[in-house]
Each structure stands twice: as C-alpha cells, then as structure tokens.
Design a protein around this ligand. Structure first.
Ligand code: SF4
Length: 1036
C-alpha cells in the first residue's frame, strides 16, 4: 500500500472487480486515467501476484500486467468494439501470447468467439483475425465473407455513395473465388469498399495479389487503412493506420519493403496523414539484404531468434546448432510437435536453389499450380547439361546450342516468376550458392542432394525433390521428419597432406552410405577452426554420401573471412552479433558422437564403386593389389561442387608446379573444372589456369560435366576395366562415363594431382619420392589460400540475370512437338479401391540408387519431358531373376524385354505394377524423375527393405505408395511371377501397417505386413493422385 495516489482511486466508486498488481506507479496512473470511464478499485503492492477473486494469474512487467487488466475490463464491460478497443485487445492478445499467459490468451479467444461477425464490424474482426493469425476466427470470417459478399459490397458502396466501375467485375471475381481458401484477390477488391481494412501479408505471393500491376495500392475509399507486412521474417514489420480525413484523398504505396517508401511513410506521419500506431522494434532493426541480388529480402535473424526463444522455453533443454536453425524456421513454433526422429516439422525455408536438370520439372509444376509469383527468393543454375568434350569454351558453346530450347524455357519461366537465372557457364549451383546465397543460420532447400554444401557457411542447406521445392515456392510449409543429430567432435588440427576431404572420407568410412539416414551431421570441437570455410563446404557436401539430411558447422572466424572475401561483410557483422542462434548450447545432446583427431588423420582414398570404401593412403597400394584394382590411373579429375574452390585449385596447382619444375607433367589425362565463373576468372587472373594448361590439363567449363556423366570419354572403350581418380563426391558404378568397369576413386584435389603425376594408384606422395619412375623429390604443400575478394573480370555472358523476386510479363511457350519439354498432365486420382493383382515389374537386387532408377548421363536432356525420359526407367537396376540390367520377363507375354518397354506394355493393358528393392532404395541424387517415371508408366507401389529419405518423399508426392517390409526377410518371399494385392487401403492411416497378399504362380499365397511413413497430408496426396493434384484441389 505504498501509493500516494491510492486515495484518489479509493475515492472512486468501487466496482466488482478487484485487481492486485505490483507497485510501479507511473504506468499505473497513466493507464487508470485513460480508463476513467470505468470504475474500479486498485490495490498496489508486490511483484507478480494473482487476482484471487478472478483466478487470473498475470505475469510479466508492470506495463504488461496493466494492459492485461485493461483487456479484462473491456471484455467485461464493452458491448461495442471501436478501433481503439481493437487496438487494446490486439495488444493484450499479443502480450498474452508473448508471455504465454494461457489463461489470458484463452480468454481473448473465447471472447472473440462470441462476437458475431457482421458486415459492420467486419473490418475490425478481420484485423484481429489476420494480425494474430487466429485460424478459427479467420475461417469464420472467410465463410462469412463468402456467404455475404453482395451484402458487404452493397453496404459499403451505398454508404460511400461512390461505386467504382469495376463493381460487377468484383462481384463476379469474388464469386468465382468463393471456394478458394486463400482468397487474397477478394481482399484486394474488398479494400476499396470497407471503411477500415486490415491486411497481414507474409509472403511475396500475398503481396502480389494485394498490389496492382504497377505495384501500387489505392486507399482513397478507405476511411482507415491498416497494413501489416512481414515479408518472410525480415526486419520490416509495420502496422500502419491511415486516417483519410485530411488532404489524403489518394494515397499510393509502392512497396513497404522498399527503403525509400518506408521513409516516405515515416515522413507522412509527421503531416498527420498517417498515424503510425505501432512500429515494432523490427522496424528499427538491421536490414541486411539476404544476398546482393535480393535487395528487398533481409536476413531474418530477429524473427529466428524470437522463434528460438519460444522453442527453447517449450523444450527447456540445451539445443544443438542443427536444432536451433531448424526449429527457428518452424511455421508454428508455439504448437509444433518436436521429437527428434519422429515428428514431421513444418518449416519455412528462406530460399530455394534449383539446378537446370531438375528446375525444368519444378517450373512445370509451378506453372501447373496456377500461382502467379514465388513466395521466397529462388535461383536456377545452368550447370548439369554441359557435356565435357574438348575444353571449356567449345563445350559451353556447344551446350548452349544443343540446350537452347531448355535454357530459353528456364530463363523465361524464371523471369515470369521472379527467379534468378544463372546462365550456362556461370558455375556449379553449390559453389555459386556458397559464394552468394548461403549465410550462417539460413534454411535453404535445393533440388540437388549436394545442396548440403552450404553447411560450410553455417546454414542448414537441404537437398529436396522438385515437388518439395514447389511447395516452398508456393508458400506452403515444407515438411521434414525431425532429424536426429549426429555429432562429429573434431580435435587436433589439419596439417600437411591431410585435407578437409579426408575428414569426410573418414566420416563416410565410419558411417557408411546408410549411417546418416534421418540425421543431421553436426561438427563441433576445437578442430573446427583449422578448417577453411570452403573446406567445411567440402565436408558438408560429401555428407550427402552417408545419407544424412544435411551437415553443418558452427559460425566461426573462418566463415567470417569467407563472407568478407566474397563481399558480404555486412552479413558477417550481423552474424557476429547473433551468436546465440549460430552455435550449439553447451551441454547439447547428440544422438551419437564420432571422435576424430585431425592431427592423427591420414589422407584417404575411397572407392571404387561406393564412396564409403575407405583406404588410408598408406594402405592403398596394398589394398589395390589385393583387390585387383587396375593400378594405372587413366584419368585424374579436379573439381565438381565438392572441391572446386580457389583453395582447392591453388593446392592442386602447387603440386603441378613442383612436378613441372622437375620436368614432369600429368601422366594421366587431367581435367580441371572450376566451380564457378568467379573461380575461373580468379585462377585465370592469378595464373593457375595457365599453369594447369602447361601441366597438360584440360580446363573444362564451369559446370558439372564428368561428375554427372556429361563426359564424352574417348580414351577407354565401354566395358574395359580401368581406374580413374577424382576430387568428386560420388563414384557409383558407371556414373561418370557410363562404363560399369571403370573403377572410380575419390580423394582430395592435391592427392588426385599427385597420383595423376605418377599415373598410378599405388603411389604415396607423402613418402620421400624414391619412386623409380619419378625423380627424387618430395612434394611440399602450399598453405590454404583464400579466395581473393578483389573481383576479377567476370565474363558478363556467364552471369546471373533477373531474380530478386521481381516478376516480369513474359510468355512461356512449350512446343507440343518438342522432345525436350512437355507440359504436365495430372495423374489419375485413386479410385478408392484396393490395388489388386499387380505384377512385379522388377525385383531389384542390391543397390538401387536414383541413378539406377532414372539413369543420368545422356538422359539428362529429357528431364523436362516426362514421357521421353521414362524410357530410362530402371535400366541400371539389376534384376534379381537373371542378374542382368534392363531385362525383365513380361508377365503378360512371357517375353524378355527392356524394363521401360515392359512397363509401357502393362500400362497399355491396364495392369498396375510394383517394384521391389532392398536397402536404402533411392539413395543418391534427389531426382524426382525417379518417382515421376514409375508413376507415369503405371507403377502404384514400391516395396523395399528401406528407403533413402528424399526419394521416399518424392514417391509420396507423385502418389506412389512407398512401403517397407515389416520383416525384411519377406523380400525373399516375393517371386517375379507373383501377383500382388495391397488390401484395406481405405483404412490407410499414419503408423498403421498394410496387408499385402502375394499370389504365387503355383497357386499358393503369402500374406505379409508392410510398413509406411505416410502422414495424414501425404495420404491425401495419394488419394488425390499426387501432391500437385491436391494443391489444385485446394485452390478450387
Ligand atoms: S555432385 Fe557433381 S553433378 Fe552434382 S552438383 Fe556437384 S558437380 Fe554437379
């Protein structure tokens, strides 16, 4: 009772409400005076207390407590809501939400539920509903609007006596959009006819529907206009209240996200034209562009940190770095289930990257979705379709000619939807992303499994199928099964011949190609700082080979150096100020920890045929001999997205220079692929490119080339056993040159160079060279030079165009006679019946990667034409019946024939089929064609021992049922001649296994149990025929 004003309050009439609050007087008095039309009694003392009479627990600051009570008064006393009431309610709701005052939040919601939506209070209610994303109220509101559109329009126009000419059109449009769940167009029109309109926009898509074609918005018919903008979690949250009662007859707003417009807005407030009623701290927060090409999108650290606070409070435990980045990107951090290895997270990635081969199908799907603009910044990179044949310049010119139609489609589709387009020759997607788009804490999805490369800059960069990319572009939360976290504790220091590549070669050895499935690999420990940023990129890049969701390193000085070297100092400065988000909490728990002492780590060479077959360099000669690997190395290849940084090139060239000093050149054919035009121009400027040429190397185009099988290899005939060595990441059978007898080994660029000089696999450059074929000398290694940021002269023809989410009005045309491009036709819906008597198209034996299912190499050019590319389906997979590739028995004719031909025959005869496989089915690149093709040719289910994550999701997206054997031994029960039925599909539900009946040729039967990981949403996809069909259904 320590308040001099108490008498004043106590002398007022006493109400039935008693508040007990803490004793900060000034705000109390202010607020109480503001409420002088209400009578009540107040006692002031203590800190956080409870109003025992009303059983409302109020916590928080004094001001918060007062505001909360104001609301309480209002809910009890008010019969009519005006704008100020709504302000207060909104404020209290926000506070209740922020401090998790559940009782209060519920009270607000309960109260609002009781309010009847009417045409008169529609603006106020819509404001509350949209500002605070009260889903139920929003849906009530939408229903009301849809049912009363004429009344609303009529009412407001009659009132204003100013019916715009487009009224009829608006009514028609509104009706036609009646069933649309996200009816923003309707709101765009509605704004013209209500006295107050509240808009809450959180994506570019929504923005584009609110603004007209000139990016302008008219508010002249509005008495009050409130605009709230939260563009993908950047720092631009505004709530603006416009009173059109002065000279403000017409107010045009270009874009609130534009700094110039922002200042105009703020200036306008001083003239009384606009009242800025709420300008959150976000307004004043840093605005660091997300990239130098996306000036209107900002690094979302503040939003991420706020989300993280919510999640940390809920989980109440130390978090790993992976968890922090992932959970801070949750769509609904307050309510999302978070159990590692179990929950499906709904996430809001910051951007999308697409390589050209997969971008075609993504853009076709985006076109089919009918949306007008992308929701997050995105880029397309022309890197996969350039075949290595002669040299960089000639190969590029030929590729541009051959792929003209595809590049033209991609560039126009990119321009139409505001996607950045990196021209052919600009570089490999992951190197460009590292140089320009990745940043610490980013959540980036890319249509390529090596998107994970970006973890080297402290982000979570995840390879996804094209259909996932479409979801993100369409502003639909992206689903990911909450990953486990594998920790890799690095101690010691990298030195000498041991390189970042050796870290991942070792991790691959430990985890194998399956060991990272369903997990993020997170590196930590004192050894981290001895690895350069691009080195960390290498490690994360090849993390895809252990099946991991992605890999990540904590933000450190090496990343800062790289950000500065790539002209992104302001991002580094901002990251420096955000340590809480960008490193793991002390005491964070990993599901499994691997220990690696870098000081003791020996250089490794992995292969052949699988990246997890590891040989320390000291054992390689012996292992090669005992395994009968061809000792002569025919080709050495430097580059790919894994090892094509300036540091990699410099380390390799330092070895080459030393050899040349002794009169040596590469004994093996030697190719160099710069990762990007930036790298090419820099090594050209700094002389390394010329030194490579003198060494006998061919400098190829800045593209994937041999890494993806785009290699017109002439030195060895197909079928001839031979060895090659590269600094790439993947060495599956025949991936590079289509020759299944090529033994492909993986190593660091410096080791590849040294072994290429010897031309043999049994050479160890770490030893003093008493190698009989080489003069006596020992290689010294150069340090690890960083990319020199002073920009070299880039070839302008090879740079990026467009982007920044600025769409333009171009027309996309696809010729119906094209053999490269084909618009998509929707797949059939499920007919509601069990899938019975399906034939087994192929029972695959052993490894079945996406390369086996949808072969790359020459087929890459058909990635935009589903029917044509389907002719490669399963041609690389080994048939368990005859141990041969691309030869199966047609169960309708008994003839042996190629797999695609057989599938087409079944399809033409209306016979559904399944494919059967073993472990980690669909590992490898994330190519969705491996899911699209089976669906296109009549496949209904894939039954395997286990799936690779991305491929399993891709199958679900295309409406193919992905099942695993409950008992893996049941794989042996399936005979090639079986007829397979999937029973009781009507009751298909999450977590419930499915009965599968096998009818054998001899008349006997087996019933086995199949498991699946479909959740409710994914079951909807199956029922609709595909995720895209479902998207279209929801738009109706
Ligand atoms: S792994 Fe090879 S094919 Fe894939 S993006 Fe990297 S360089 Fe290109």
């Amino acid at each position: 009772m320590n308040c001099p004003q108490m008498d004043y309050f106590m002398n007022e009439s006493v109400s039935d409400v008693v508040f007990v609050i803490d004793g900060h007087r000034i705000p109390a008095i202010r607020i109480l005076l503001a409420l002088n039309s209400y009578v009540f009694r107040v006692m002031l003392f203590g800190d956080f207390v409870e109003s025992k009479e009303k059983e409302i627990l109020i916590t928080g600051t004094t001001v918060d407590a007062f505001k909360a009570m104001i609301f309480y008064l209002y809910t009890k006393k008010l019969e009519f809501l005006d704008n100020e009431d709504m302000e207060l309610i909104a404020e209290v709701y926000r506070l209740a939400d922020r401090y998790q005052l559940e009782a209060l939040t519920k009270a607000v919601e309960e109260y609002l539920k009781e309010i009847q939506v009417t045409a008169e209070n529609l603006p106020q209610i819509s404001r509350i509903a949209f500002m605070f994303e009260m889903k139920e109220l929003r849906s009530d509101l939408m229903i009301f609007i849809e049912n009363n559109v004429h009344e609303i329009l009529g009412l407001h126009y009659n009132k204003s006596n100013d019916i715009p000419e487009e009224t009829e059109e608006m009514i028609t449009e509104s009706n036609s959009l009646k069933k649309t769940s996200r009816n923003w167009h309707f709101f765009r029109k509605l704004k013209l006819c209500s006295n107050l309109l509240s808009l809450n926009m959180s994506s570019y898509h929504e923005m584009s529907t609110i603004f007209d074609n000139n990016n302008q918005i008219f508010v002249n018919n509005l008495k009050c206009f409130e605009f709230r903008c939260d563009l993908r979690a950047d720092m631009k949250r505004f709530e603006i209240f416009v009173e059109n009662n002065t000279s403000l007859e017409t107010f045009r707003l270009k874009s609130i996200s534009n700094a110039d417009q922002k200042s105009k807005f703020l200036n306008a407030t001083t003239f009384g034209q606009i009242r800025l009623i709420h300008n959150t701290s976000k307004c004043c927060a840093k605005q660091v562009p997300i990239s130098r090409f996306d000036k209107d999108s900002y690094i979302p650290y503040e939003k991420l940190q706020n989300n993280l606070k919510v999640v940390k409070k809920r989980l109440n435990r130390p978090l790993t770095l992976s968890e922090k980045i992932l959970y801070s990107h949750l769509d609904d951090p307050n309510n999302q289930d978070i159990i590692r290895g179990q929950s499906y997270l709904r996430l809001r990635p910051d951007r999308v990257g697409m390589q050209d081969a997969l971008a075609q199908m993504v853009m076709f799907q985006f076109i089919a979705s009918g949306l007008s603009n992308i929701a997050v910044p995105a880029t397309i990179h022309c890197d996969h379709l350039i075949e290595a044949q002669i040299d960089g310049v000639k190969d590029l010119a030929r590729a541009i000619d051959i792929n003209k139609e595809v590049y033209s489609f991609l560039s126009t589709a990119a321009a139409k939807y505001g996607v950045g387009f990196w021209k052919p020759g600009s570089g490999i997607i992951h190197q460009i992303i590292l140089e320009n788009y990745a940043f610490p804490g980013v959540l980036l999805v890319g249509t390529d499994s090596h998107t994970v490369n970006g973890g080297g800059l402290g982000g979570l960069c995840i390879g996804v199928g094209g259909a996932d990319a479409v979801d993100v572009l369409a502003d639909i939360p992206w689903e990911l099964k909450c990953p486990n976290v594998i920790g890799v504790h690095l101690t010691g220091r990298l030195s000498g011949w041991t390189s970042p590549k050796d870290v991942i070669l070792k991790v691959t050895d430990i985890l194998t190609v399956k060991g990272g499935t369903g997990a993020i690999v997170e590196y930590f420990g004192p050894g981290v700082d001895s690895i350069s940023c691009t080195g960390m990129g290498t490690i994360c890049n090849m993390g895809a080979e252990v099946g991991a969701t992605t890999s990540v390193f904590p933000y450190n000085s090496r990343m800062r150096d790289y950000l500065k070297a790539t002209n992104r100092k302001e991002i580094a400065d901002y990251a420096d100020q955000t340590p809480e988000l960008l490193s793991a909490d002390s005491g964070a728990k990993y599901d499994h920890v691997i220990e690696i002492n870098l000081s003791e780590l020996e250089p490794h060479v992995n292969g052949p045929f699988t990246p997890d077959l590891s040989h320390p360099i000291s054992k390689l000669a012996q292992n090669a001999k005992s395994n009968d690997y061809p000792i002569d190395l025919k080709v050495g290849l430097i580059g790919s997205c894994t090892n094509s940084s300036y540091e990699d090139m410099s380390r390799s060239v330092s070895i080459a220079k030393q050899a040349m000093k002794h009169g040596l050149k590469s004994k093996s054919i030697f190719t160099v692929t710069p990762g990007s035009e930036q790298i090419r121009a820099t090594i050209e400027r700094d002389g390394q490119a010329e030194q490579f040429r003198q060494f006998g190397a061919v400098v190829l185009a800045n593209a994937c080339g041999p890494c993806i099988g785009q290699w017109d290899r002439q030195d060895v005939k197909k079928g001839v056993k031979n060895s090659i060595i590269s600094s790439f990441n993947r060495n599956f059978t025949a991936r590079n040159d289509t020759n299944p007898a090529t033994h492909h080994f993986l190593a660091s660029p410096e080791l590849v160079t040294a072994l290429s000089i010897a031309g043999r696999l049994d050479f160890n450059p770490l030893w003093l060279l008493d190698w009989p074929r080489l003069p006596f000398f020992k290689f010294d290694l150069l340090g690890r030079p960083l990319l020199n940021g002073s920009a070299p002269k880039l070839n302008p023809l090879l740079c990026m165009v467009g982007g920044g989410s600025v769409p333009s009005h171009v027309t996309i045309t696809v010729s119906p006679t094209s053999d490269r491009l084909q618009l998509l036709t929707p797949f059939n819906k499920w007919d509601g019946k069990d899938l019975t008597d399906m034939v087994v198209l192929i029972k695959v034996k052993g490894k079945c990667t996406t390369d086996h299912i949808s072969y790359a190499g020459p087929w890459l050019k058909y990635r935009g034409h589903l029917d044509n590319i389907s002719n490669n389906m399963f041609i690389g997979a080994i048939n368990a019946e005859n141990n041969e590739a691309n030869k199966v028995k047609n169960q309708l004719t008994d003839a042996w024939s190629p797999v695609p031909e057989t599938a087409r025959h079944y399809k033409a005869n209306g016979v559904n089929w399944v494919a059967v496989g073993e472990d980690n089915y669909g590992e490898g690149s994330s190519r969705e064609h491996a899911a699209l093709e089976p669906r296109h040719l009549g496949g209904r289910a894939i039954i395997v021992k286990s799936f690779a994550r991305i491929h399993e999701t891709n199958l679900k997206k295309q409406g193919v049922l992905p099942f695993t054997f409950s008992d893996p031994k049941d794989y042996d029960k399936i005979q090639p001649t079986d007829r397979i039925s999937l029973l009781e599909l009507k009751s298909l539900s999450p977590g419930k296994s499915v009965k599968c009946e096998l009818k054998h040729k001899d008349g006997s039967k087996d019933v086995i149990e199949l498991k699946h990981t479909l959740n409710d949403l994914q079951i909807q996809w199956f029922k609709a025929g595909s995720a895209l069909n479902r998207m279209a259904e929801l738009k109706k």
